[in-house]
Write a protein that binds this ligand. Sequence first.
Ligand code: GLV
Ligand code: MN
Ligand code: MN
Length: 413
Amino acid sequence: MSNPSIDAARLLDRINALGAIGRDAEGRLVRLAASDADKLGRDRFVSWLEDAGLEVAVDRIGNVFGIWRPDGAGDMRPLMLGSHIDTVINAGIYDGCYGVLSGLEVIQTLKDDGFTPLRPMVVAAFTNEEGVRYAPDMLGSLVYVGGLDVDAALATGGTDGTVLGDELQRIDYAGAHEPGFMTPYAYIELHIEQGPVLEREGIPVGAVQNLQGISWQKVTIDGDANHAGTTPISMRRDAGYAAARVVTFLRERAKASNTPTVATVGCMGFEPNAINVIPSRATFTIDLRDPDDDRLKEEEAALAAFLEKIAAEEQVDVSVERLARFEPVTFDHRIVELVEKAARDRGLACRRMTSGAGHDAQMIARIAPAAMIFVPSVGGISHNPKEHTADEDLVAGANILLDVVRQLATKDS
Ligand code: GLV
Ligand code: MN
Ligand code: MN
């Protein structure tokens, strides 16, 4: 068989078709994990797995797998490709979905082309990668690798008061397989970069060699509600003001540090949330990331010290809940080199890079050699409906995945 290429039209059609599923009344793409919208997306994905002649398997945490077991592959460990199809609120259509649908596309191309891999090939769509509805993020892949007990994960409460296990039952994606039922020989995740580097440098392919650490915390500050017009500033225990000081502290510290540290407060709520009442309670999330775990620990310690200072200065009570903590990950250098070689062989420029976003590959790397491939994101925009990658770049990335898979699928050790 000569060097095949994926079916570009089929891949692009599926990306656009999945992107049309799960639109809310305002037309926003919102396929939060285990929601009705997620079910519609999952059902469509499963129908494509069936069209491709793959065996469909779902595990207890709702991870969906399409498996190709070629004759003679027996119980060899499978080569796994994948990502996620849940989305953030008002999402773009590529985050996660591109990797899942490219995984399917690569397997379908090889299968239809008469390719004979030595081992089974699997495309995976992991549950709740985004972590918007249930924390932590990458929950499905974390459970899959044994990093979180499946029953504890199923009992996770959502931001909307739901319980993940109940929701998976309700949408009919609480499967029977124990998470981890297949240990991959290797795992590769193709993804849009979601940042500005590749586009800025005019490079179509990123060989992702590592991924930064992620720390998620939820902070609750309690003060006193009181009258906005009559309470002198000196007498206030203002939870809203204290929260605002934390936001400012994080931004100013990250800016002054001259390091890759990033800090984001993405959710905030006040109680009672009224124009003329001093907030009695502020609740907010903090997302801290750094590729260096020692530095991430320093940032966490600096935040903890600042929260103590705020508690004393503003006479408020502060409590912190840990939502997620993942160490930085270094990917398998042999796969990273295969990505570079595949790009070279197709005449495409490639650079090594660090992922700023969290990905399921970060979890699967605990049980199998893993790596990622990035393609450019226009304007570096993601988690936003303006997220875009040129068709040509999407197709090129999927062909690199195909070439790397062909190499790995015939390796016997
Ligand atoms: C996943 O999208 C993340 O938060 O990095
Ligand atoms: Mn993603
Ligand atoms: Mn995402």
